[in-house]
Design a protein around this ligand. Structure first.
Ligand SMILES: [Zn+2]
Length: 565
């Protein structure tokens, strides 16, 4: 590829419309430009990287005997209602109506179509296991698109679906897929781990997320160095070692806390630490009010609360909702709460004494409250933190941030039952199929490669994913000898099957070196003054090393460097 003809608009300065290191680097290295909130132009260099990732994904899917196909992007409301997902996906799903008024969703994922394909082609147990996948654009109406292409409204996903005669077979295929994902991410130069996650709107029993550790990742994780346990923080159980305090009852007194609504404001006013407060949060669980209590410095883990309540929709109550239950926003508390409102308290509160809660009246809090002053159900409701004990081995947990790259599920019969996908078993009986699904977000893979492979000058792409392995740089394009040598090397390398970016631009050589470092091409070949002595310089991006090489040996030298990765 001639740089002079290639759309690779690098930027010297940090773009102001990108909000993380990987996204800034993607814009600076000429990969993306923002169109509007959550929508991006993918420029050629980014597309080339996505193609590399797709190629490696296809290798892995081939290894799993998975059939590549394409499902329609539009899914009818009727089909999604059969599986309950028209409502389960809620506002994140883009939907539209055709000219006859029929409802469609722009498919967020394709369990329904995959199940219908299985239903069409699987006749008997001889056809099992059966799996299909596609690599397709997906759309989600994100509330707050952020982090560039990582949480965008349009993205590329590999979604695979498998079908089995029994749950055991589904689990065994899932385990093989998990291993294949590990192989794939390792090949792509990524450090990842599989963590347990909540299955959310997808349904199903067994599921794990593949996380790439990233300083600016958006998913908090907990892991244990001792036993290898790793999980999304939202599902990490906090081991309950608390004993309910016998404590006092009825000792509390009212205190006027005008203008203090938040724990922070109360801390300042009452000169007490956050650990002396109990936060009371009102939620609407399928439109019914519930109160959740956590210590003042903790956050309610809504995934845990949702699982406790077994509800479909959990939302924070509005000011009006709170008034309806006879309380006041900012002053909610468990003491004197209407008896028909269920209160769920985090175990940790069991061991607290003489704490502060809202008084359910404007500008009123209660001091010296104890657990005997109200009735509640004790549950695990908070997020685990660094130093909490590992649920498997009891050693201290560590926390980190991660970017989710993929998600794998054993779905059981959730979709096959509602869409009536069956097969004839070896006894001649009709049985319902078991399913699994396996996703990967391609933009996230590229962003994570950049996250894990860059330095202060730009990208340091691993050779396996680099779209160009070599940058042939001409120091002075007006110098005929230099141009001749560079053109000859460019052609020789391309003929040897090594993709080259030939920097033939009429730019200063400093600009060319900066761009080489910014876009992260693994190797550079510099054709300068020494070409008259039959020599060029070969440099390696990762190590910064440069050596003089005889022009006759350049192709051989580079073949060796590429092989080494
Ligand atoms: Zn452990």
């Amino acid at each position: 590829m001639l740089y002079s003809k290639f759309l690779l608009p690098t930027m010297k300065n940090e773009p102001s419309d990108m909000d993380s290191t990987s996204q800034k680097l993607m814009a600076r290295s000429g990969m993306i430009r923002k169109v509007s909130s959550g929508l991006f132009y993918y420029l050629p260099y980014f597309n080339m990287l996505l193609r590399k990732v797709s190629y490696e994904i296809r290798r892995s899917m081939d290894a799993m005997h998975c059939n590549e196909m394409k499902f329609p992007i539009l899914v009818s409301q009727e089909i999604l209602e059969k599986t309950g997902r028209w409502t389960a996906f809620g506002k994140e799903m883009f939907s539209l109506k055709d000219r006859n008024g029929n409802g469609y969703a722009i498919s967020p994922t394709n369990e329904e179509y995959a199940t219908l394909v299985a239903k069409m082609f699987i006749k008997s147990y001889n056809d099992l296991p059966f799996s299909v996948y596609q690599i397709q654009q997906k759309h989600r109406d994100e509330i707050r698109p952020r982090n560039g292409v990582i949480r965008a409204r349009e993205f590329t996903m590999k979604d695979a679906y498998s079908f089995h005669a029994t749950e055991d077979e589904a689990i065994s295929y899932y385990q093989k897929m998990k291993q294949e994902y590990t192989n794939l991410f390792t090949r792509l130069g990524l450090k990842t781990f599989a963590v347990k996650a909540d299955s959310g709107a997808m349904g199903g029993n067994l599921c794990e997320e593949f996380m790439a550790v990233a300083d600016e990742g958006e998913t908090p994780l907990a892991f244990c160095d001792n036993c290898g346990y790793a999980a999304n923080l939202e599902v990490v159980p906090v081991t309950n070692t608390y004993v309910e305090q016998n404590g006092f009852k009825g000792r509390y007194k009212k205190v006027i806390t005008e203008r203090a609504h938040t724990v922070k404001e109360l801390m300042d006013m009452l000169q007490m630490p956050a650990t002396s407060f109990v936060k009371s949060m009102v939620y609407m669980a399928d439109d019914k009010p519930v109160v959740a209590l956590v210590r003042g410095d903790r956050q309610v883990n809504e995934v845990k609360l949702k699982n406790v309540l077994k509800c479909n929709v959990l939302e924070l109550a509005t000011v009006k909702d709170i008034e309806k239950i006879g309380s006041v926003c900012g002053f909610v508390g468990p003491v004197g709460m209407r008896e028909d409102i269920p209160i769920f308290a985090d175990y940790e509160i069991m061991q607290m004494q003489n704490f502060v809660v809202g008084g359910n009246e404007k500008d009123i809090h209660l001091l010296d409250v104890n657990v005997k002053d109200f009735s509640c159900k004790w549950v695990d409701l908070r997020f685990a933190e660094q130093g909490d004990v590992c649920p498997i081995c009891g050693k201290p947990l560590k926390t980190a941030m991660g970017t989710e790259l993929g998600h794998i599920f054993v779905l059981g019969q959730k979709y096959t039952k509602s869409l009536d996908a069956t097969f004839i078993d070896n006894q001649g009986k009709t049985q319902t199929l078991y399913g699994g699904c396996y996703g990967i977000g391609l933009e996230r893979v590229v962003a994570s490669i950049i996250d894990q492979h860059h330095d202060e000058k730009g990208l340091v792409l691993p050779t396996v994913v680099a779209p160009f392995k070599v940058d042939v740089i001409v120091v002075d394009t007006k110098n005929e000898a230099q141009m001749e040598t560079a053109t000859m090397l460019y052609e020789k390398l391309e003929n040897a099957g090594i993709p080259v970016l030939f920097d033939d631009r009429k730019e200063r050589v400093g600009v060319k070196f900066n761009d080489f470092e910014l876009v992260g091409i693994p190797i550079k070949v510099v054709c300068g003054r020494d070409v008259t002595q039959g020599m060029v310089e070969v440099g390696v991006r990762e190590t910064g090393t440069v050596e003089k090489v005889d022009i006759q040996h350049v192709v051989h030298t580079i073949q060796n460097l590429v092989k080494k990765g």
